[in-house]
Design a protein around this ligand. Structure first.
Ligand SMILES: Cc1cc2nc3c(=O)[nH]c(=O)nc-3n(C[C@H](O)[C@H](O)[C@H](O)COP(=O)(O)O)c2cc1C
Length: 328
């Protein structure tokens, strides 16, 4: 009887967490977790991973941490079953069940073998974040240099959301590749396009360059402050003399907290793009290009095509395959 009752109670718990998670948030979210750092950043805002100040650890090349706050930020829910040392995580209609020291986890009914089992370190329950996030359909990136894992999901992760019917650019018009790049990843992709189609190049250079500290997204850095400020419009050094000669503009930028950096808005608000075709591209740790709706709203009359996200080191072949597929 006792056994039947406890099975019933676990079922009730699963149902409760599932119901809560049906309302999981689907909006753009980027969570950054750094080994040894007890704080995570959620869309640029710094938050504690737990009340005890526990930091993520790296074990067998896997990032483990107490996952309650992270999963709740993702829009899911967490239940701990003390008797069986089991954690039940729910997100949308998916449920993951993990048990301390057990390398077999369950995604819904499907058994999955983990290369690093959940474990207790000190008195904290440490869970493998990549397995959890990927099972729930999130992207997970890893930056070895900063020992940072990036967990992200965009509302529309396929591509920029606002592409519409596309009139071909005016015949005879020139093509410009305008790009902003602080650590040269986006610059590399821009160069492949410039060389590949013989376009003109324009680098969006900030009047005040971004230092390494300005880009340290694990701190309250300049880039984070700008991304959290709707009115931020960092000034650009120089300008394009004759924008009228261009009817097609490839626009490149890095993803900062799921979006284009604010200096891209400075650029877009500096010229009249009516009648021109804008094709966005970006680089990121793992985040997709996401929606371009906010950028479209400041370029009335412009025709935006679907954008594309590249990894920093993408080859010319990969980039040109995308460019050639645009049918320009
Ligand atoms: C302030 C800041 C925020 C970032 N946010 C994200 C992010 O939300 N998702 C992601 O995958 N990468 C993020 N990154 C990583 C960059 O998008 C990535 O390193 C990019 O390739 C840099 O391009 P660049 O070398 O052209 O500047 C961020 C980097 C910085 C500096």
């Amino acid at each position: 009887m006792k056994k039947v009752l406890s099975v019933f109670m676990i079922l009730c718990m699963i149902l409760t967490v599932c119901r809560a998670a049906v309302f999981a948030a689907d909006a753009d979210i980027t969570i950054m977790l750094q080994i040894g750092n007890p704080n995570m950043t959620v869309n640029g805002a710094e938050k504690a991973i737990d009340e005890q100040g526990t930091a993520p650890v790296l074990i067998n090349d896997r990032t483990l941490l107490p996952v309650r706050a992270v999963v709740e930020e993702m829009g899911g829910s967490v239940e701990w079953v003390e008797d069986t040392q089991t954690v039940i995580l729910a997100y949308g209609s998916d449920t993951i069940t993990l048990q301390i020291d057990n390398p077999t986890a369950y995604l819904n009914d499907e058994a999955k073998t983990l290369d690093t089992a959940p474990m207790i370190i000190g008195d904290r329950t440490m869970m493998p974040i990549r397995f959890i996030a990927e099972s729930f359909g999130f992207n997970v990136g890893w930056d070895d240099a900063t020992q940072t894992a990036t967990v992200s999901k965009a509302e529309d992760s396929s591509s920029s959301s606002a592409a519409t019917a596309t009139p071909a650019p005016e015949a005879g018009g020139k093509t410009l590749v305008a790009y902003f790049s602080c650590t040269n990843n986006t610059a590399g992709i821009a160069k492949h396009i410039i060389d590949g189609i013989g376009a003109d190049a324009y680098e969006i250079v900030p009047e005040v360059p971004y230092t390494e500290a300005d880009l340290d997204y694990n701190s309250d850095c300049r880039a984070n402050r700008e991304q959290n400020d709707d009115t931020a419009r960092p000034a650009i050094n120089g300008s394009i003399e004759n924008m009228a000669q261009y009817d097609t503009i490839f626009l490149g930028y890095p993803i900062w907290w799921g979006n284009a950096p604010k200096i891209i808005f400075t650029f877009l608000e500096s010229y009249d793009f009516a009648g021109k075709t804008i094709i966005p591209f970006c680089t990121s740790g793992s985040s997709p290009i996401g929606s371009t709706a906010a950028m479209q709203s400041v370029t009335p009359g412009a025709n935006w095509l679907d954008g594309h996200r590249f990894s920093g080191g993408s080859s010319s072949d990969v980039v040109m395959e995308w460019v050639n597929g645009l049918g320009l």
